[in-house]
Ligand binder design. Structure first.
Ligand SMILES: [Zn+2]
Length: 157
């Protein structure tokens, strides 16, 4: 499989959410937790929140794809600073433990429909390798398959 990296949202976005309490759409962030039932996928550390942790829910405006495939996505971020996911060839926890949609895009931000696939996170390696192994692919976004929220971006490295 091609070497790859799953990428969290940037520090500047996470910090801005935490500092301002406002999301990319101008909405007030919603705070959730710290209840025992709060198991929310943080887009900075790419881990699920645990008991005792508070998360922020807000709308994130994706940098890519631009153009006709651009979208916003609801995301959770830990309310307190957390360590950014930074590993090579590793599928993060929030992808592994979700039903996901793998979406590949080309250099012109156009969706490569033939490379798109829904998979259980534990089986995501093959569709991700297929998407990243295709020369047309510039980047991949991995979303939850049911609500369609962005989990992370994946790129070759
Ligand atoms: Zn986190």
């Amino acid at each position: 499989m091609t070497d790859f990296r799953c990428m969290p949202i940037s520090a500047s976005i996470a910090d801005r959410f935490r500092a301002t309490g406002v999301d990319d759409g101008g909405n007030a962030l919603r705070r959730r937790g710290p209840g025992a039932d709060s198991r929310c996928p943080c887009r900075r550390c790419l881990r699920f929140s645990g008991p005792g942790q508070t998360v922020l829910l807000g709308s994130f405006h994706l940098a890519q794809p631009r153009g006709v495939y651009w979208s916003a996505s609801p995301i959770f971020v830990h309310a307190e600073p957390c360590e950014a996911f930074d590993r090579v060839n590793e599928i993060p926890e929030i992808v592994r433990d979700s039903l996901v949609s793998v979406r590949a895009y080309d250099r012109d931000d156009m969706c490569l429909y033939d490379l798109g696939q829904v998979a259980e996170g534990r089986d995501v390696d093959r569709p991700l390798a297929r998407a990243l192994g295709d020369a047309r692919t510039a980047f991949v976004n991995i979303h939850t398959a049911k609500p369609g929220c962005l989990l992370c971006r994946a790129e070759r490295c």
